[in-house]
Design a binder for this molecule. Structure first.
Ligand SMILES: [Zn+2]
Length: 596
């Protein structure tokens, strides 16, 4: 027998207090006492966040009678056994302006289901419906609703009842409400909404739609070259625009984004080339959209299904985040939105960033993936010395693997074929009753099968091992030169600097560098170099050091907490990589990834 549906109501009850009022009704509660649980993390963001800390009050009732509700642990409640329909009413505090949680004020409301919808244990596979209620507040009079949830008793963009086929779909469908800017385009026949919340005068929605359409169509055709069939019936890009922000979270038929106002195109700049900031925003959209296939349908086996109460460990995030990062910018080139030269400029920054930290010699991308919960998501001042990013190095693994396969097969095979094989075998039917994730062993076997090569040595060196990727050897075979023009003659303390009010702070001290050998530490505040004051601007340190040569010793005064200390720093040559790529020939065999 199919479980009876689970019904929610959610109302933005008090905009000034940032409070959602939520209820969940279970028609046939468990006879021994129904248990309700709120997720501890949100898929796509690998950190325990304990969303239940924002549930302020909760009570249960059945047939008009109060039912006792006992707390089992920090995420879980159990109602006393009762007859008939059981409803739990609870308040959720929503004041986290990020893509990961919930936010509510007079300007808009946003929530992820993981922050607001208690899971009725044992009923996860039932149909889940939610009545999204119009706030009573006058400020919300003209609000509309954007979500990928299906309208049951609601007009598109209206308040009312929406449905999901199960709990997993419900919490994978964030909701935005407010006076947002909205436009729609079709990509290979599928409607795509773009929604912008926040003040953006003269936003150029037409340009955004045209550019996003090119990205979406490129990706749909990438995974389904023959049918050009998108994996969803509809898609929603929902963006929160702020003064300074950047980020996104992927979902199966939508994405929640946050971006800086200055990165968006305006009607006043319509005839101008795309700005770097706008290219960055399009890269973010491309990234989250690529996840529609890679991680929302092609998934690591441990995510099928997710256990949302504890950490879910996988050594494969280099594939799900790294390869997605490889393809996000590449898709801009293939969609005609980014020049090849622009692409190689971005690549230079990524390679330089990876080579800068010595953490890359200590942690592999497989280990970085596995330890994402405790390390990548909990970075501190020592991270450059301790970890490698499975995003950045993972994207370079994607590039190196792509080039290796293209070179060896004379361009007959590429990473594109591997992504399509993963899609066909693991992704396409994920939500059609064949939910099966991929294991690390299956990924490796598929690499060999599709490429016709033996790629274990590659995996051992660059994925399970910590070797630097051989891009300087691979790229010239495709007509692209690789240069590292680091300024070894420039004197350096080998630190990262940041501002702290009017002071200049060491934000990281690199292992084995001049500052570390002299005893300086991250978070020390620089006071003076050889008796000259260091001002807040980090460039000031460069200016002061430019009076010296590599090998000179300078006296550095710094505060550690409130204690003034003195250090003799023997300067060495700057270790910041200066990676540049130049396309030497326009025509090469095999073809470059940017040309496919
Ligand atoms: Zn991602």
């Amino acid at each position: 027998m199919k479980n009876k549906k689970i019904s929610y109501t959610i109302a933005a009850r008090d905009l000034a207090a940032h409070m959602f009022q939520v209820s969940v009704t279970v028609e046939a509660p468990a006879p021994e006492g129904q248990v309700f649980v709120l997720p501890a993390w949100i898929p796509g963001s690998y950190m325990i966040r304990e969303f239940s800390r924002n549930i302020i009050t909760a009570r249960a009732e059945a047939g008009g009678q109060a039912v006792a509700l006992a707390k089992l642990d920090k995420h879980s409640w159990q109602a006393a056994p009762c007859k008939g329909k059981l409803t739990v009413h609870y308040e959720v505090y929503a004041w986290d302006l990020s893509v990961r949680a919930a936010h509510l004020d007079q300007t808009h409301g946003f929530f992820n289901g993981t922050s607001v919808f208690l899971r009725a244990v044992g009923h996860e596979d039932a149909e889940h419906v939610v009545d999204i209620q119009r706030p009573a507040d006058e400020a919300a009079r003209s609000w509309r609703v954007a979500t990928a949830l299906k309208e049951l008793k609601a007009r598109r963009y209206g308040f009312g009842t929406y449905g999901a086929k199960d709990y997993d779909e419900l919490i994978d469908s964030p909701v935005e409400m407010g006076d947002f800017a909205l436009a729609t385009f079709k990509a290979h026949g599928v409607p795509h909404d773009v929604v912008f919340t926040g003040r953006v005068p003269n936003l150029d929605l037409a340009r955004l739609c045209a550019d996003l359409k090119a990205i979406c169509e490129s990706q749909i055709a990438f995974f389904e070259p023959r049918t050009k069939k998108a994996p969803m019936d509809r898609y929603v890009f929902m963006t929160m625009v702020v003064g300074d922000g950047y980020g996104g979270l992927e979902h199966r038929a939508s994405t929640a984004l946050i971006c800086s106002r200055a990165d968006l195109p305006t009607t006043a700049s319509r005839d101008k080339p795309r700005s770097e900031g706008y290219e960055k925003f399009l890269g973010l959209c491309s990234h989250e959209y690529f996840h529609t296939w890679n991680v929302k349908r092609i998934k690591p086996a441990v995510f099928a299904p997710y256990d949302l109460q504890v950490e879910n460990y996988t050594p494969l995030l280099w594939l799900f985040e790294g390869f997605t990062s490889y393809y996000d910018d590449l898709m801009l080139v293939r969609a005609g939105l980014l020049s090849e030269d622009g692409y190689y400029k971005m690549l230079g920054k990524t390679v330089g960033g990876v080579l800068r930290g010595s953490g890359r010699t200590k942690q592999s991308v497989a280990d970085s993936s596995f330890d994402a919960w405790g390390k990548y998501y909990r970075q501190d001042e020592n991270s450059p010395n301790a970890i490698v990013s499975y995003y950045a190095k993972g994207s370079l693994v994607g590039l190196a693997l792509d080039l290796t396969i293209r070179a060896k097969t004379g361009g007959k095979r590429s990473l594109d074929d591997i992504m399509r094989a993963l899609w066909q075998r693991f992704g396409r039917d994920f939500y059609n009753g064949r939910a099966r994730g991929v294991t690390p062993a299956e990924v490796e076997a598929l690499f060999d099968e599709i490429s016709g090569m033996k790629l274990k040595p590659f995996v051992d060196k660059y994925i399970r091992g910590t070797d630097d990727l051989p891009l300087a050897k691979l790229l010239p075979q495709f007509g692209v030169s690789y240069k590292d023009e680091r300024k070894a003659g420039k004197p350096s303390m080998d630190v990262n600097l940041g501002r702290d009010g009017a002071d200049c702070k060491l934000s990281a001290v690199h292992d084995g560098g001049a500052a570390q050998r002299a005893g300086l530490s991250a978070n020390d505040l620089l006071v003076a170099i050889d008796g000259l004051r260091v001002m807040g601007n980090p460039n000031n340190v460069d200016a002061l050091l430019s009076r010296y040569k590599v090998g000179d010793t300078v006296q550095v005064h710094a505060f550690r907490r409130d204690e003034l200390m003195s250090f003799d720093v023997k300067l060495h040559g700057d270790r910041v990589p200066g990676i540049t790529f130049t396309v030497e020939e326009k025509k090469t065999t095999p073809r470059r990834p940017t040309a496919s």
